[in-house]
Design a binder for this molecule. Structure first.
Ligand SMILES: Nc1nc2c(ncn2[C@@H]2O[C@H](COP(=O)(O)OP(=O)(O)OP(=O)(O)O)[C@@H](O)[C@H]2O)c(=O)[nH]1
Ligand SMILES: [Mg+2]
Length: 488
């Protein structure tokens, strides 16, 4: 991973950051916050809830600048990057707040600028700061980050790793079709577009299956195979790992040579620009993980999530220690790993969820060698769709969560209509963190909690009919960690 980017890339990043720095000297300070996570982790909901709570005066007792009344105004402004799609905040709010449905899946990068006007807590800062902070929030798929390690690997290494992973018991059946094809293809045969396409499609199919299957596996690179963005069908995406024998170099004109070339093109035209234009410019990062889904799927999925998180975190190490260190004005100095959707659990289990995620994150952080950046771990719900209660069960009082299950959700024989509120006993997470990771039986769903998807909450209104802001769990803590010091 030492030479992730070539000299010219690094020089360009340096130049970009220098011009970026010059620009910020004349405008108000800004902070680039990256929001990532694997698909469905909760990125869109998190950003929408954060912005909504800031603009509409949400209850944020742990967010110090708000609590002490120093934020006078927060509003959306035009984003600085014209070439990046805007995060469709208004549509997402309409869905969440008015229609009470979850926002649509978003499959590419987007950006939103939120400007906060505040009064510094210290007189010194008040004298020298403009009292304005522009927060550029960048939403991008975690799958794209999983591509970054490819920059340090040639086609042969990429192929070997992919072949090895596909043979793991937990993946083998999902990969069967691609593996069958891959072993019959002769890498030394003449390059042929149809073979390339069949292989690429089979490989993409396998990656998709990992994601859909109840095993809840994180995906493998190349990230654009699942989320092609505007690259769908392009040659840079029409390749696949091959089963390669000993170290013979590819014969010119062979299938192997063609795949190698496309793999390299993918690195040059997809991975590097993404890294250079987006990741290298971030100041802060939140990585959302759907730990509940992985917990429900069992220890294999937990191990897989840990692997993916490790690779994601390793991407943020870049820019330290190299000759470029001095140029990086945008080095990521704080990373928050957050398990979302904690509202599916009773609050007694929130700390357990946090402990489990902390275990995964600690190991991943160690492996990613992230010394220098401050890393925190949190269990939260960006939007709280449930409230708590207790239900008498014989002599026992059971802690329950109450909410409106989505239409079509089931518990036992009951099928919900999307209108009826119900109390669900979600079960407890294991008190002993270790047990979430033990592969003793390796069975799926051993730690299963009862997982029902709820509709977004109905917002309360005040006596004069004003709707209150979106409820959450510990969103304010996340905001304090990610933004608090910049509003001090
Ligand atoms: N109860 C609850 N559900 C949530 C929360 N956040 C996300 N979800 C659920 O998770 C789903 C995915 O959330 P999104 O915010 O769309 O996730 P994403 O990471 O943007 O997903 P992609 O755009 O597909 O990559 C939602 O449709 C909700 O069902 C939360 O805070 N509470
Ligand atoms: Mg999204």
């Amino acid at each position: 991973m030492a030479s992730l980017t070539s000299f010219t890339d690094e020089a360009r990043i340096a130049l970009d950051t220098l011009t970026g720095r010059a620009a910020t000297m004349f405008s108000s300070p800004s902070l680039r916050l990256g929001v990532t996570g694997l698909s469905r982790a909760g990125k869109t909901v998190f950003i929408t809830a954060l912005v909504h709570n800031l603009i509409h005066g949400g209850r944020l007792p742990l967010f110090e600048a708000r609590k002490s009344g120093r934020i006078s105004r927060a509003r959306l402004e035009e984003q600085p990057d014209d070439a990046v799609p805007r995060f469709q905040y208004e549509d997402h709010v309409e869905a969440l707040v008015n229609a009470r449905i979850w926002p649509d899946s978003t499959r590419a990068i987007s950006e939103l600028r939120l400007t906060v006007e505040y009064e510094s807590a210290s007189g010194w800062n008040r004298m020298f700061s403009s009292g304005r902070l522009a927060i550029d929030i960048v939403d991008y798929p975690g799958e794209w980050l999983l591509d970054l390690p490819l920059l340090g690997k040639d086609f042969r290494e990429f192929s070997k790793e992919a072949v090895d992973l596909a043979a793991l018991p937990v993946r083998a059946d999902l990969a069967a079709q691609w593996r069958e094809l891959a072993v019959t293809v002769d890498p030394d045969a003449d390059a042929d577009e149809m073979t390339a396409r069949r292989l690429a499609e089979a490989f993409a199919g396998y990656l998709r299956a990992c994601k859909l299957d109840e095993r809840a596996l994180s995906t493998l690179p190349p990230g654009r195979f699942l989320m092609p963005g505007d690259l769908d069908g392009s040659p840079a995406l029409t390749f696949s790992p091959l089963v390669l024998g000993d170290g013979k170099p590819a014969r010119s004109g062979s299938l192997q040579a063609m795949m190698e070339r496309r793999y390299e093109a993918y690195k040059t035209h997809v991975i590097k620009p993404f890294f250079r234009e987006h990741v290298a410019r971030l100041d802060r990062q939140i990585v959302l993980v759907d730990a509940l889904q992985a917990l429900n799927a069992g220890p294999w999925a937990m191990a897989d999530l840990e692997r993916a998180l490790g690779e994601i975190l390793a991407c943020f190490r870049i820019g330290r220690g190299g000759f470029l260190t001095d140029f990086f004005s945008h080095r990521i100095d704080r990373i928050l790993v957050a398990a979302t959707k904690a509202d599916h659990l009773h609050h007694e289990s929130h700390d357990r969820l946090q402990a489990i995620v902390k275990r995964i994150a600690d190991r991943a952080v160690k492996r990613a060698d992230l010394t220098g950046a401050e890393v925190d771990v949190l269990a939260m719900a960006a939007v709280r769709a449930t409230r708590e209660g207790t239900v008498k069960h014989g002599r026992e009082e059971l802690p329950v969560i109450i909410g409106t299950p989505l239409k079509g959700e089931t518990i036992g024989d009951e099928v919900f209509d999307g209108k009826t509120e119900t109390a669900v006993f979600p079960g407890d997470l294991p008190a002993r963190t270790d047990s979430a990771f033990e592969t003793a039986s390796g069975e799926i769903g051993e730690n299963a909690i009862r997982f029902v998807r709820f509709r977004p909450p109905k917002l309360e209104r005040t006596a004069d009919g004003v709707t209150l802001s979106l409820p959450h769990i510990r969103l304010d803590r996340a905001m304090q960690f990610l933004l608090g010091d910049r509003l001090a």
